[in-house]
Design a protein around this ligand. Structure first.
Ligand code: ARG
Length: 402
């Protein structure tokens, strides 16, 4: 009996070619393993395809719930956006896939795991580092990194082995998608000067086709997690899907990003992430109401570190656990409701409220009911400005003389 390998299988061209390749070149029994993170509509068909290509077994794991609760919502609490633009949909799914891949390999008694990533992207880093962090004894095979075929050669190989090709001349993009967003690469977008064509987008309507009237949506949060929409309780998966639809309908969520990959390449990455845009914006609005100035400022630093770490494939590290501890702690009063206005490609926060709001009307108002003691301001400013006055007196004159 041949040795077993568990392959992370998406049903796409590269991983389909990988099934054949692992059989031919390495003489392995391939177990195709697919993870449902809201990425594909038809997993039975993917399973079928794997078996037809000679996989000895094909397994599908529904991981949508775990994806939302253990990856997406923690990232939302962090307001994680790589380089301020990319909400990390693909990057967040990879460690979860790697974890399930490892569990399956151990259960099946396989000595190695495999994935279809090329040697140029970030996903190979995320898979390899995650697997290494979870089960260092497992061998990792990356056929697409080894075979070094061009796109045309891969397609040629696929044709020769009877692998059906979904990538046609009309749909020349490389897509990765899940509940948190859709990543679009290749085609004309490889020219950073070329505008992303409308046919690259599926979730986000072109502005010309969005409703002529704004739509108001109220999002309720509990400890940093969105739990209601317009007062109605929703669980995570449904809530994210619902906001994706609402915001996408209003043309919200396109991202056109010149991104710095882990391997040093600058690449043009286009995304559709309607729910992520709206939820992160709303979450930030609630934080600005319920966190102190110092908490907000420090959290910005933590957030940037966290986003980099997720992007760089370092999910299963002590550092991620440490940052998560701070982020979790910071969310204990981030409960309340945010009202957003969706219209013609823009999402504006127009209202926010919380039982833990630090905004005090009696302090902020210029009308009657003011409780702020203005006479105290003079003494405060006298001390606050003391160092500035001393420095100006001692050194200010010298500077002019010198
Ligand atoms: N640039 C994004 C990232 O690194 C998206 C990658 C898309 N991956 C893919 N296999 N098509 O997270």
């Amino acid at each position: 009996m041949a040795e077993k390998v568990v392959l992370a299988y998406s049903g796409g061209v590269d991983t389909s070619v990988a099934i054949k390749w692992l059989q031919e070149k390495y003489n392995l029994d391939v177990i195709a393993f697919s993870v449902d993170v809201g990425n594909e509509p038809d997993f039975p068909a993917i399973r079928e395809k794997a078996l037809k290509l000679g996989a000895v077994k094909a397994v599908v794991a529904d991981a949508k719930k775990a994806f939302i609760s253990d990856f997406v919502f923690p990232a939302l609490k962090a307001n994680a956006m790589y380089q301020g633009q990319y909400p990390l949909a693909t990057a967040l799914a990879r460690p979860l896939m790697a974890k399930l891949l490892v569990e399956t390999a151990l259960k099946e008694g396989a000595k190695s795991v495999a994935h279809g990533c090329t040697g140029k992207g970030n996903d190979q880093v995320r898979f390899d580092v995650s697997v290494a962090g979870l089960a260092p004894e497992l061998k990792i095979l990356a056929p697409a990194r080894d075979w070094e075929m061009t796109r045309d050669q891969t397609i040629d190989y696929a044709k020769r082995h009877g692998i059906p090709l979904p990538v046609t001349a009309e749909s020349p993009y490389s897509i990765d998608q899940n509940l948190w967003g859709r990543s679009i690469e290749c085609g004309v977008m490889e020219d950073p000067w070329a505008e992303p064509p409308e046919d690259a987008f599926i979730w986000v309507k072109p502005i010309e086709k969005t409703p002529g009237k704004p739509e108001y949506v109220e999002i309720g949060f509990e400890k940093g997690i969105p739990v209601t929409v317009n007062g109605r309780k929703m669980e995570g998966i449904a809530l994210v899907q619902h906001i994706n639809e609402l915001a996408g309908k209003h043309g919200i969520g396109k991202v056109d990003h010149i991104e710095d990959r882990v391997v040093g390449i600058k690449s043009r990455e286009v995304y559709e992430t309607p729910a992520a845009q709206v939820l992160i914006q709303a979450h930030r609005a609630l934080e600005s109401l319920t966190l102190s100035k110092e908490q907000l400022r420090f959290k910005e630093l933590v957030s940037a570190e966290y986003a980099d770490l997720v992007y760089n494939g370092l999910w299963f590290t002590a550092f991620r656990e440490d940052l998560t501890a701070y982020i979790e702690s910071s969310q204990r009063f981030v409960s309340g409701t945010v009202r957003v206005k969706l219209f013609k490609g823009s999402c504006a926060v127009v209202g926010r409220k919380s039982p833990y709001s630090l905004y005090r009307h009696d302090l902020a108002t210029y009308d009657k009911g003011d409780t702020f003691d203005q006479s105290a301001a003079a003494g405060f400013i006298h001390l606050w400005g003391l160092p500035a006055r001393i420095q100006a007196r001692v050194q200010g004159k010298k500077k002019k003389e010198g």
